[in-house]
Design a protein around this ligand. Sequence first.
Ligand SMILES: C[S@@+](CC[C@H](N)C(=O)[O-])C[C@H]1O[C@@H](n2cnc3c(N)ncnc32)[C@H](O)[C@@H]1O
Length: 213
Amino acid sequence: MTHAAFDDPGYEFTNDWFDQNIVVWDTLVPRFSPKRFLEIGSFEGRSACYLIEKFGKDQAIEIHCVDTWEGGVEHENFAMSEVERRFDKNVQFALGKVGNPGVVVKKHKKLSYLALAELIAVERRPTFDMLYVDGSHQAPDVLTDAVMGFHLVRPGGLMVFDDYIWSMEEMGSQDLLNMPKSAIDAFVNVFTRKAIVVRNAPVYQLYVTKVGG
Ligand SMILES: C[S@@+](CC[C@H](N)C(=O)[O-])C[C@H]1O[C@@H](n2cnc3c(N)ncnc32)[C@H](O)[C@@H]1O
């Protein structure tokens, strides 16, 4: 079901993939009191606009949006320069809607491992309250995003993996390397003493919290 906030005619979206998550995000994400967000995979900005509207009304927040705006292997039929134009327009519209100069959106137009390497080098410490992994859905890329992104999330912070059980192929003939699940499972298994799966959440996304804090 499309979320009401996005009915606003100032937005220009061609999909509502993100909206199924809102019922969970609305209650789960505020528990982490997030002010600094790192998003890998922004597309038209739907998740970023949700964060602006949800968390940017009465506090200063910073959202870092990482995307090549070239699409993943599943986006062959998308005109990605138009997608990027809509991202810029939608984010500007959300910023205008909340009207809070304390809301800052930083765009990193590059491959995620390069953006993450730069952020790790610049930040030097785990400073993000929330990481949203929704970029490439190829397992080697997801594992790279998870491991590198982990080092940017503060202890006690939240990591959200989208499309946990998504696959390129039909059910029953999935290629494990073409889906996020095998990478997310590998990350969760190896980091089991450093990152804990949040219980009682639905499985289309997987929610993990960093130990400590
Ligand atoms: C599923 S979409 C993101 C959806 C977005 N979070 C939303 O709410 O609508 C995935 C995005 O990841 C980007 N992407 C794919 N592989 C990437 C990579 N290796 N590095 C950076 N971005 C990538 C694509 O360009 C695409 O825009």
